[in-house]
Design a protein around this ligand. Structure first.
Ligand SMILES: Nc1ncnc2c1ncn2[C@@H]1O[C@H](COP(=O)(O)OP(=O)(O)O)[C@@H](O)[C@H]1O
Ligand code: SF4
Ligand SMILES: [Mg+2]
Length: 374
């Protein structure tokens, strides 16, 4: 194994080694194709049994990393290893066997479930595809899986449209678990769900992780959702990793200016906390024409001349990694810290209530004031 930034954890179940995925788009007789640098040199390592969050704004390459990890996409360069085996060196049969051990839960449970299949067919299909057990055993396993994710036996004969968003995501999770995977990647598994349902699905994923000894990778576009479920966080910006840290230290002291901005964007439910909202300004630049030097320099409040000229490496920073020339010299960011509620379940509940309240307000319904009781 190559060691490098992000590879300091023990017993990796998954390793990405300087992985790039460049998509070619457009182009014709008189026009050069555009090269979209969706993932541009990502090195990271996932320890068996941990929950790793990958966070960054839409378009930064999170889903592409997930698909590269499962070899649903072939990397332009670099290596992906699952339990030490290079996926690029496997033949079709080897890859098929490996895929049983790695599964994905998708963002949109409706789009990812075949509308013409019953729930039993959807959940049981992987068993059938991989020839696992007799038809009778497959039926029994399917019913067990439905129970495991909190669905009833009489749900088995129904179709996806008969279910709520949360139930559909449970069906997607049951299907992902069918072949007893060791690694599950949730690609924004709750972001299409109502706020009130998000916590239920997160709790389910956490329970299943414990019960089946899974390793989880959870992809999210903000830092609010993953705080209470992840052990470590990888922050991505425009196809690059900009910070890797244990969750607690990342929330306590975000080092990279982009991480600070993501943290400051989390709403603050507690009354009296007036953390100045330092939201990111400007759109994320195109990965087809990433800014020179540090890719964040066009939006970074601390950018200096060196930032546009020289790309910062992902450097070790006391048990974590950060890619910023000046992270040691940045002013203390009180706003970012104020924006983070303390890590208690009461605060988490408050956060959920606050978000539900905000959502009701957004929908124009008469909403109650945010609850602040413990
Ligand atoms: N098949 C593809 N062809 C061309 N560009 C793509 C393709 N898939 C993703 N991209 C582009 O790559 C970038 C990263 O996409 P994605 O990994 O989906 O980001 P995220 O999941 O963080 O929102 C985006 O600019 C997206 O438009
Ligand atoms: S290297 Fe410069 S532009 Fe990039 S995050 Fe650090 S201060 Fe900001
Ligand atoms: Mg995505």
């Amino acid at each position: 194994m190559t060691s490098g930034p992000g590879t300091s954890v023990a017993t990796p179940i998954l390793e990405l080694d300087d992985v790039r995925k460049h998509f070619r788009s457009g182009g014709g007789l008189f026009q050069k194709p555009t090269i979209v640098r969706a993932v541009d040199g990502v090195t990271l390592s996932v320890a068996t049994g941990e929950t790793l969050a990958i966070v960054g704004e839409s378009g930064c390459g999170k889903s592409t990393v997930g698909r590269l990890a499962l070899r649903l996409l072939e990397p332009t360069s670099g290596h992906v290893r699952f339990e030490g085996r290079d996926l690029g060196a496997l033949d079709e049969a080897g890859l098929r066997r490996m895929r049983r051990d790695m599964q994905m839960v998708f963002q949109d449970p409706f789009a990812s479930l075949n509308p013409r299949m019953t729930v039993a067919e959807i959940v049981g299909e992987p068993l059938w595809l991989h020839g696992m057990g007799t038809a009778r055993e497959q039926r029994e396993t399917t019913l067990d899986l439905l129970a495991t994710v909190g669905l009833r036996p009489d749900h088995a004969g129904r179709y996806p449209h008969e279910f709520s968003g949360g139930q559909r995501q449970r069906i997607g999770i049951a299907r992902a678990l069918a072949c007893k995977p060791r690694l599950v990647i949730g690609d924004e598994p709750v972001s299409a769900l109502d706020v009130s349902i998000q916590a239920q699905v997160i709790n389910l994923l956490e329970d299943l992780k414990e019960r089946f000894g899974l390793t989880l990778i959870v992809v999210a576009h903000d830092l609010a959702v993953i705080r209470h479920m992840s052990d470590r966080v990888v922050v991505m910006y425009l196809g690059k990793v900009v910070e890797v840290a244990p969750t607690a230290s990342l929330y306590k002291e975000p080092l990279h200016p982009y991480t600070r901005a993501l943290l400051a964007a989390i709403p603050v439910p507690a009354p009296g906390v007036r953390g100045e909202r330092r939201l990111l300004e400007g759109d994320i630049p195109s990965p087809a024409a990433p800014p020179s030097g540090c890719r964040f320099h066009t939006r970074c409040p601390y950018a200096q001349a060196r930032c546009s000229a020289e790309e910062p490496a992902l450097r070790d920073a006391g048990g974590r990694q950060v890619a910023c020339h000046f992270y040691e010299d940045l002013p203390g960011d009180e706003a970012a810290r104020l924006a983070v509620p303390a890590d208690t379940s009461a605060k988490a509940r408050r956060m959920a209530l606050y978000r539900a309240h905000r959502e009701r307000q957004d929908k124009g319904a008469a909403g109650a004031t945010p609850s602040t009781e413990q």
